[in-house]
Ligand binder design. Structure first.
Ligand code: GLN
Length: 517
């Protein structure tokens, strides 16, 4: 165990260093995300469809790249250096977003964008995506390493850490979104960058409390020159920048599939969607080969169940992430956002979800062990099925509210608050449970990759969310009544998807449970 002098409130001091770093990283990430759709459509005059697709593409890449960032840290860099490098890329990316150019004239979807400013934005999004890839998986791994094996404080350590994520998301949704929408987009993005920079400074100051748990596996290997006198470490940093250039291009590349495009509803597909399909296929092939490499029957059953859970999570996130697209659009266009005498901005409504996570985490942490001792703790698949059902019900609430708007053509914010409450019930039985399922069901030699796979399926969820979001695209000339009709119809469809998937998973639960007996 770490020396007592290295502890604060019963946890290693390093936990608070990681907590604050991830809090400011998520502050920047979610503040920017709350603004992104509004910024794309209102400032750079993207159509709704292009806005939803870029939101999904960018967030998808940001959740896919942790697979690579985790791998590089494991093999070469170590977590501490990876976090510093990722943090630096994030600062530049968030600050780059603050360059907004002068696109803001003309109609939505009409081409009088400031093309240079749009390119700066794509490059900034790429920096953020690669930065998240280096930072997010590794800051989480450090938390795990601060505790000796079988340390009972590990779970509560992760609970505290997950709170940090949501405190960051909550504060930035309120502050960054407000400044971005009311004072100027660039000021909001700049604030996200400044706070990320403070988070990085805090990490550099606090890294001494990580007590050597996040160092490179083989420092000599890292220092050895490999090419043109450059060390492996320098090569990784240069490689990260090259990757940023690639991501910058991937973000804005569309592919015309010719006759196959009918599969995507007659539209072009994004290159990211193609990459996602290839990566997904690759992961399943890796999984099948792993299953054939001398895994015991018992482990096979557990791994198979885990793979089903991970696959299902993509659909959950596909629905959940509508919050940063169509939910924000609805809040902006057809909602009376005044409560408690305050008129909230559309981007600020995303704070509601984070607030419920903060409020409900202790409740769920209290409930699970109590259900367990009574033998009532639902199995993993049953919990995931509940997650999908709650998700479907959240859409039912919003669909109902859109279909029954007041005479003024506006929906009350209270409906959205209720919808977020139901949605977060779904998040609580699926998201932290999924992390636990990865660590307890996976065979030990694959746990890192399975954790990467968990985030990869969050990435697929983001990409699915972008594509499903386009169903809710409306032309800039649409009236409020027309917008409400579209939201009512699309949210009803999403409700059925969530409910149907939940019911199917409930039906499959007895079968899946037999796998892990
Ligand atoms: N909200 C959590 C986070 O930002 C989990 C998101 C996810 O896995 N898609 O870390």
């Amino acid at each position: 165990a770490p020396p007592a002098s290295g502890e604060f409130l019963g946890h290693p001091k390093g936990l608070y260093v990681c907590f604050l770093t991830e809090m400011w990283e998520r502050f920047a990430f979610y503040g920017m995300k709350a603004l992104l759709f509004l910024y794309l459509t209102k400032h750079h005059r993207f159509s709704d469809t292009d806005g939803y697709l870029l939101l999904g593409t960018y967030a998808g890449l940001a959740y896919a790249l942790p697979l690579l960032g985790g791998l590089l840290a494991d093999r070469y860099l170590g977590m501490r250096k990876a976090v510093v490098y990722g943090g630096a890329l994030l600062v530049f990316g968030q600050l780059g977003m603050a360059y907004t150019g002068d696109s803001a004239t003309g109609l939505q979807g009409v081409a009088d964008q400031d093309a240079f400013a749009v390119q700066v934005m794509y490059a900034s999004l790429a920096l953020i995506g690669v930065g998240v890839g280096f930072l997010k998986p590794n800051i989480s791994t450090i938390v795990g390493r601060l505790y000796p094996d079988n340390d009972p404080r590990r779970d509560s350590g992760f609970t505290i850490f997950y709170m940090g994520i949501n405190v960051g998301a909550f504060l930035s949704s309120l502050i960054v979104a407000y400044i971005g929408e009311k004072i100027g987009w660039g000021y909001g993005f700049a604030l996200a960058g400044v706070m990320m920079a403070l988070g990085l400074v805090q990490f550099l100051w606090g890294q001494k409390y990580l007590l050597g748990h996040a160092e490179p596996a083989d420092p000599a290997l890292l220092r050895a020159p490999v090419f043109a006198g450059l060390s492996r470490e320098s090569m990784i940093y240069i490689g990260g920048l090259l990757l940023t250039v690639i991501v910058w291009q991937v973000l804005q590349t569309r592919i015309d599939l010719g006759p196959l495009s009918a599969l995507a509803g007659g539209h072009e597909v994004t290159l990211t969607e193609v990459v996602a399909v290839v990566l997904g296929a690759g992961l399943y092939i890796w999984f099948i080969r792993l299953m054939m490499s001398g895994v015991s029957a018992r482990d096979k059953g557990r791994m198979f169940m885990l793979m089903v859970l991970i696959t299902v999570s993509a659909l959950f996130w596909g629905l959940y992430e509508q919050t940063y697209g169509p939910w924000v659009a609805m809040a902006d266009r057809v909602m009376d956002r005044t409560t408690f005498g305050i008129e909230w901005t559309a981007g600020q409504t995303t704070a509601i979800g984070a607030l419920f996570v903060i409020a409900l985490s202790p409740v769920f942490a209290w409930i699970w062990p109590r259900l367990d001792t009574r033998g009532l703790n639902p199995s993993y698949p049953a919990k995931f099925a509940w997650g999908l059902v709650f998700c479907g019900l959240a859409f039912a609430v919003l669909a109902y509210s859109a279909a029954n708007a007041g005479a003024d053509g506006l929906v009350s914010l209270w409906w959205m608050i209720l919808a977020y409450f139901v949605l977060v019930l779904g998040e609580m039985v699926l998201s932290p449970i999924g992390l636990a399922a990865v660590t307890s069901l996976s065979i030990p030699r694959a746990v890192g990759t399975m954790m990467g796979a968990w985030f990869l399926f969050s990435a697929f969820g983001e990409i699915i969310a972008g594509r499903m979001g386009t169903w809710a695209a409306i032309p800039p000339t649409a009236t409020q009544a027309e917008a409400l009709a579209v939201y009512a119809e699309v949210f009803t469809r999403m409700m059925w998807i969530g409910l149907a998937a939940g019911v199917l998973l409930f039906a499959a639960t007895p079968l899946l449970k037999r796998l892990v007996r």
